[in-house]
Design a protein around this ligand. Structure first.
Ligand SMILES: [Zn+2]
Length: 330
């Protein structure tokens, strides 16, 4: 359970490189009612949901199914009190009313939004884009390699500008430099803001746990390569913070990216070890050998992740698959 985030959905919250109004409270079922009452009181008592000094504000849009506990963060960049604004990511279509009420609540006229920029086009990021475009009149910018996903997940959306992977997007008094980071999605882009050097990470990095890499469009090999690209950029000139597509701000970008790379390589080694010891194995054989414990509703995601790692090993000629059974190449 993540009550603070559940209650934070539907209003803008200021975000700074070193802290986020959004964090996570894990509570057991027995504590839920009490925590909910405490959180509602805390949120109601907060006087200043918006801060003109904050470089960004986020609104978290709830999700369903496997992503139910992980709302999508949409970021409003610019001075929330006055002047032009830039919106990064759009949430699910069901979140549109939350946007409308949050704009009203924060005193933001949505026509101040000058552009809507998408990191990638999974339904929880692209879904609300067309409605927000209608409301604000702002053009939509999308990654060119996400076109097929837009046709699938947001067929009504007319994209105004296909983003150039190399060209910074000129915003109002700052730029957003794209970083091509395929893996979670084929055309995924992160953005570095020129003012604070914050990394708007989309679904490359999560404030919750690891990022899901799923078929048919995910690629673990590309994802690891993209993480290494981000790490090199951070080492050349440190990011002040990571603003992730889900979960709280990540203050230490370098540590998080290194942890992610290590986690992926460790997962791969576990699969290699399982195949070496017990192989050949089918995809169904692997989860109990890889995960100490997996919640039933997360099993499909776990299996999908393992399948993506197996695909990487096959692509690299380190494993073969015959009759759905995987074995290592000697
Ligand atoms: Zn995604």
């Amino acid at each position: 359970m993540t009550w603070r985030i559940a209650l934070a959905t539907g209003r803008f919250l200021p975000v700074y490189p070193d802290r986020s109004a959004l964090d996570r409270i894990d509570v057991s079922d027995a504590e839920v009612d009490q925590k909910r009452a405490e959180e509602e009181a805390r949120v109601a008592a907060e006087q200043t949901p918006v801060d003109p000094e904050a470089p960004a504000h986020l609104i978290a849009i709830p999700n369903e199914g496997m992503m139910a506990g992980q709302p999508t963060n949409c970021y409003l960049l610019g001075n929330i009190a006055e002047g032009p604004l830039t919106l990064v990511d759009a949430g699910r279509p069901e979140g549109f009313e939350l946007f409308e009420s949050a704009f009203a609540d924060a005193g933001v006229d949505p026509t101040r939004i000058q552009r809507i920029i998408l990191t990638h086009c999974h339904p929880d990021h692209v879904g609300g884009a067309e409605q927000l475009k209608q409301l604000s009149g702002a053009p939509v910018y999308a990654p060119p390699l996400e076109q097929a996903q837009i046709e699938h997940f947001a067929p009504d959306l007319e994209v105004d500008h296909w983003l150039d992977h190399e060209a910074p997007v000129e915003c109002d008094g700052f730029t957003l430099t794209p970083v091509f980071t395929p893996g979670h999605a084929p055309g995924h882009l992160c953005f570095i803001d020129s003012e604070q050097r914050m990394l708007l990470a989309g679904d490359m990095i999560s404030g919750f746990g690891s990022v899901g890499i799923f078929p048919p469009n995910g690629s673990v090999a590309q994802y690891i390569e993209s993480l290494r690209k981000l790490l090199a950029l951070h080492e050349a000139e440190p990011f002040s913070a990571v603003l992730p597509g889900h979960g709280p701000v990540v203050p230490d970008a370098g540590a998080k990216i290194e942890e992610y790379i290590a986690h992926r390589l460790e997962r791969e080694q576990q699969i290699i070890d399982a195949l070496a010891e017990h192989g050949p194995l089918t995809l169904d054989d692997l989860p109990p050998l890889i995960y100490d414990e997996i919640l039933p509703h997360l099993l499909p995601a776990g299996k999908a992740t393992i399948s993506m790692h197996l695909q990487k090993l096959v692509d690299e000629d380190r494993a073969v698959v015959e009759d759905e059974q995987y074995r290592l190449v000697d």
